[in-house]
Design a protein around this ligand. Structure first.
Ligand SMILES: [Zn+2]
Ligand SMILES: [Zn+2]
Length: 260
């Protein structure tokens, strides 16, 4: 580790990827933990899906876009998706019961180093060619940012949601799908009328991770079978860019084929 990383201001990249849907990313986080958050504007409420690593101030970054009561939907409780939750304690915070306790527990992000990963994961990362001695960021959000003290405090969810529950933001209604595999309480938001799926880490256009503590390959295969039958038009994943239904079915089929 050499010196303090440079300051990156703004910390977040915000892009309107569809009318009323913004994708928010942290380009200075290592790609392993560079997740997407999505902000969906509703007529009655604004919906934030996940909150990133909690390194920069997400609330300030999205403040100009929010003018309604906020719902914070947690696709799952991995730290790259719930790190910013403490900034939104006044919002309605939704999570699946299987991951509520994780959300309540403060997440140590290991001084933004690879120390937060368990030994097996670390070994796998090293074998895959990652320099696991470095930092998980290549910049800091402001001068004097305390890398060593970075952690995400636990938050109390206000509503536990699972399969079939509805998230209503006025002019848009989403159905909760429970899609375990990557994590036990992985949930997605499905809008039937537009064929839109906010998928978290259940599916994105990249290598899917099924060997973390709490992952289940058997559940993941079932989840993929289910997704293949869903009339999806557009997927907003937890990492990387958007993709269409055909690509989603390709990724899901490829996953199933590789696990049999
Ligand atoms: Zn993730
Ligand atoms: Zn994850």
């Amino acid at each position: 580790m050499t010196g303090t990383p440079p300051v990156a201001d703004p910390w977040f990249t915000i892009e309107e990827v569809e009318p009323g849907v913004h994708r928010i990313t942290e380009p200075h986080c290592h790609r392993l933990v560079r997740a997407n958050c999505h902000l969906v504007k509703g007529s009655a409420r604004d919906l934030l899906i996940d909150s990133g690593m909690g390194v920069g101030r997400l609330r300030d970054a999205i403040a100009p876009l929010i003018d309604k009561p906020l719902v914070l939907f947690t696709t799952h409780a991995h730290v790259d998706h719930r790190g910013g939750h403490p900034e939104f304690r006044d919002a309605e915070i939704l999570v699946h019961p299987a991951e509520a306790e994780t959300l309540r527990t403060t997440a140590d992000v290991g001084s933004l180093t690879f120390d937060q990963f368990d030994p097996d994961t670390l070994r796998g990362l090293a074998e895959a060619g990652f320099d696991t001695g470095g930092l998980l960021v290549d910049a800091v959000p402001w001068p004097g940012f305390d890398i060593a003290g970075c952690r995400s405090e636990g938050v109390e969810p206000t509503r536990l949601v699972g399969e079939g529950d509805e998230v209503d933001i006025g002019d848009r209604q989403f159905q909760v799908l429970h899609l375990p595999g990557h994590s036990p309480g992985g949930i997605a938001l499905w809008e039937q009328g537009t064929g839109t799926l906010f998928a978290g880490d259940v599916i994105y256009d990249g290598i899917l991770i099924d060997d973390l503590p709490g992952s289940s390959i058997g559940d993941y295969v079932e989840t993929m079978r289910r997704l293949i039958d869903l009339p999806v038009r557009l997927v907003h994943g937890g990492h990387r860019g958007e993709f269409g239904g055909d690509r989603m079915r390709e990724i899901a089929s490829h996953y199933i084929a590789g696990r049999q």
